[in-house]
Write a protein that binds this ligand. Structure first.
Ligand SMILES: *Cc1c(COP(=O)(O)O)cnc(C)c1O
Length: 360
């Protein structure tokens, strides 16, 4: 029996995708082998990779002057690769700090750039908001401006795309990529680990404007050098072939289900439904002001925190898994990425209401 899995990442995948992968696991397209047993240099696998890229380009309407890379090392690898590729050791780089993942990106950048300017920080609201752009202290001529559109742990999402003028805008879209349409042309670089909204862990998608390629500092590892990886179609070394294949199936699933406009519509409704149930309960609470609430990650607390363990155990028994909040914040968190069906939200809300009736 499949459960509704609310894990933040690795996260639930569409059942149809898993079933297709299962059906062709031992004999992929009549080859007598699984896709993970064939060479990444084979015509067949290069076809898989090219199709995945073409589908992602179509879904996100990625302009021609951007390269799409499928890299290893996760989003955490990009925390280092971004300054190595886009900045020199003495460039100024601007960061916006809206929570845990911003902080990690900033900490890593400090190993590569002497001048990491935190242009805005929402610490005064305990990282429950996004600072208004007119309060940011941006550096004219910075090598780039980095921000985190969706803070996976805090459940805080930007309701706007920052204006960065001529400074390249860099975004860690790990937990909200493909969740709704986005205007890629506003960005210099977008990156996102696959394990939330794309596929299995092991791949990080990097979408980078061509004029930003070729600036890597000496000492940049070749597997994170955008120029090198663009020149080899992300195959300088052996890529995570199975993850790439699954990502391709997920892209097809999104296309079949109406693309990003339909995903956005569905995600907005799922989130609104869950937040409404929390707000109207008088028992559950979410600390984020409505304007900044994430569509993807919904943290909530119980009025009686001593019931947290009971809540989690009973939810698990009811087929609602991985609802514990991040260890740094406690409480609960429901991650409701593209692959979480509306029925999963309905089941969670029904469980929460019943739990409140019995224990509230
Ligand atoms: C999960 C996550 C990361 C870390 O991804 P890894 O692939 O584990 O390196 C970074 N940023 C955000 C916003 C995330 O949600």
């Amino acid at each position: 029996m499949r459960v509704f899995n609310f894990a933040a990442g690795p996260a639930t995948l569409p059942l149809e995708v898993l079933e297709q992968a299962q059906a062709e696991l031992t004999d992929w397209r009549g080859s007598g082998m699984s896709v993970m047993e064939i060479s990444h240099r084979s015509k067949a696998f290069i076809g898989v990779a090219a199709e995945a890229e073409a589908d992602l380009r179509e879904l996100m309407a990625i302009p021609q002057n951007y390269k799409v890379l499928f890299l290893q090392g996760g989003a955490t690898g990009q925390f280092a690769a971004v300054p190595m590729n886009l900045a020199t050791a003495d460039s100024v780089v601007d960061y916006v700090n809206t929570g845990n993942w911003s902080k990690k990106a900033i900490a890593e950048a400090k190993s590569y750039c002497a001048q990491v300017n935190v242009a805005a920080d929402s610490g005064d609201t305990k990282y429950c908001t996004v600072p208004a752009q007119d309060t940011w202290k941006l550096t004219p001529g910075a090598a780039y401006l980095h921000y985190t559109p969706n803070e996976t742990i805090g459940g805080v999402e930007f309701p706007f795309i920052p204006q960065s003028g001529d400074v390249p805008l860099v975004a860690d879209f790990s937990s909200s990529i493909l969740s709704r349409p986005v205007d890629v042309s506003k960005f210099g670089l977008i990156y996102g680990g696959a394990q939330k909204n794309i596929g299995p862990s092991g791949i990080c998608v990097v979408i980078v404007r061509e004029d930003l390629i070729g600036r890597a500092r000496a000492g940049t590892p070749s597997i994170w050098n955008y120029k090198e990886m663009a020149a080899t179609d992300s195959m300088s070394n052996t890529p995570p072939t199975f993850g790439w294949y699954i990502a391709g199936l997920v892209f097809k699933w999104i296309k079949k289900n109406g693309g990003l406009a339909a995903m956005g519509e569905r995600n907005s409704q799922k989130a609104a439904h869950l937040y409404a149930a929390i707000d109207s309960s008088g028992f559950y609470a979410n600390p984020v002001p409505v304007a900044y609430r994430s569509w993807m990650n919904v943290p909530f607390t119980l009025a009686k925190p001593d019931l947290d363990k009971t809540f989690l155990a009973q939810a698990h028994a009811a087929g609602l898994t991985n609802l514990e909040g991040h260890r740094s914040v406690g409480g609960m968190r429901a991650s409701i990425y593209n692959a979480m069906p509306p029925a999963g939200i309905d089941a969670l809300i029904a469980f929460m209401q019943e739990f409140q009736r019995r224990h509230g």
